[in-house]
Design a binder for this molecule. Structure first.
Ligand SMILES: [Zn+2]
Ligand SMILES: [Zn+2]
Length: 150
């Protein structure tokens, strides 16, 4: 049983044509670990390709994700975020500021696997783990605000 997630579609990376737009998008995404949304990617790509439209950026992001070259993150209460890192890893998002960070692969214990199999009947092959909470900056801001009020 694999304990790593397999990015859906990650085997199909060869069937995509790398246009200048897609190359620019890939470069932008691989140069950051902030898991940006499409409009941030658009702003960055426009520095190289001033005439590109947001719709084109969005369409190419979707296509690159389908080809397994990037990962689309659907996080609760947030617009889609995009990740240039396709190796197995998991995420944590801040419910205050929306920041998304990577967390290293986690091994689930046998009892968790057994529980999932027992309750779903599925043979489990992998998983995405997405945590949410409060990022260090927001925790610090909260602390500062509280001490102001004292
Ligand atoms: Zn935060
Ligand atoms: Zn990530």
């Amino acid at each position: 049983m694999s304990e790593q997630y397999q990015a859906p579609g990650s085997q199909r990376s060869s069937d995509i044509r790398l246009t200048p737009q897609r190359i620019a998008i890939l470069q932008v995404l691989r140069s950051t670990d902030t898991h940006p949304d499409a409009s941030w990617v658009y702003d960055e790509v426009r520095k190289q390709l001033p005439h590109i439209s947001l719709a084109t950026v969005y369409r190419n992001l979707t296509r690159l994700a389908e080809a397994g070259m990037i990962v689309k993150l659907e996080l609760e209460g947030q617009v889609s975020r995009w990740d240039g890192r396709t190796q197995a890893h998991n995420h944590i998002s801040c419910t205050r500021c929306g920041r998304v960070a990577d967390i290293a692969p986690v091994s689930l214990t046998e009892s968790v696997w057994d529980h999932i199999t027992a309750t779903s009947g599925f043979r489990v092959k992998g998983y995405y783990l997405t945590c949410y909470g409060c990022c260090p900056d927001c925790v610090q801001r909260d602390g500062a605000r509280q001490s102001e009020n004292v």
